[in-house]
Design a protein around this ligand. Structure first.
Ligand SMILES: *[C@@H]1O[C@H](CO)[C@@H](O)[C@H](O)[C@H]1NC(C)=O
Length: 167
């Protein structure tokens, strides 16, 4: 009898212990953040990509309102919807098509590649916009070099008006 109770107590303690560890771990993950990657920036990166069109679907290998490609997704750590299986075909598409899940992909990618792409001495949303258009490895080429880039910039600045700090 006593040993049965003891067993349950130990089991419960175990569960609490690992529950707490999990909680601490997920809090630590939430604390990784980029300065300047705030709600407005995330929204404007979405706007720059597609006008933040949530019903675009997948077009030419790019999915969702942020136009996320499979390589970008993989590079960002293969974020998937809760309870999904990373090896399921469609896991990438379904995350990229979900606004919330896509934002996690974007965050991971930018945490990995954040840098001063326009050489203005700060790392902010304008740089993140360049990273998303150019890719993380070579983010420096100015966006106004081609038509797609000019359209991207136009949408970006219509969402994120230029201020002395935002460039
Ligand atoms: C979003 O994209 C779909 C598919 O191309 C299009 O039919 C729709 O008009 C777009 N929505 C907006 C708000 O632009």
């Amino acid at each position: 009898m006593v040993s049965k109770i003891l067993k349950s107590v130990i089991t419960v303690l175990f569960l609490i212990y690992y529950g707490i560890l999990d909680e601490v771990r997920s809090q630590a993950e939430d604390k990784i953040y980029l300065s300047n990657l705030d709600t407005q920036c995330l929204r404007c990166l979405c706007f720059a990509a597609t006008g933040c069109n949530l019903t675009l679907g997948c077009v030419n290998g790019y999915c969702g309102p942020y136009k996320i490609g499979r390589i970008y997704w993989a590079d960002a750590g293969k974020v998937i919807l809760p309870e999904d299986d990373v090896d399921r075909s469609g896991a990438y598409e379904d995350c990229a098509l979900s606004y919330q899940c896509a934002q996690k992909i974007i965050k991971n990618y930018l945490i990995k590649y954040a840098r001063d792409c326009n050489n203005d001495g700060r790392v902010n949303c304008a740089d993140y916009s360049m990273i998303n258009f150019n890719g993380g490895y070579q983010c420096h080429p100015p966006l106004d070099r081609n038509e797609a880039g000019r359209k991207w910039l136009e949408r970006y600045y219509s969402c994120y008006p230029r201020t002395p700090d935002s460039d």
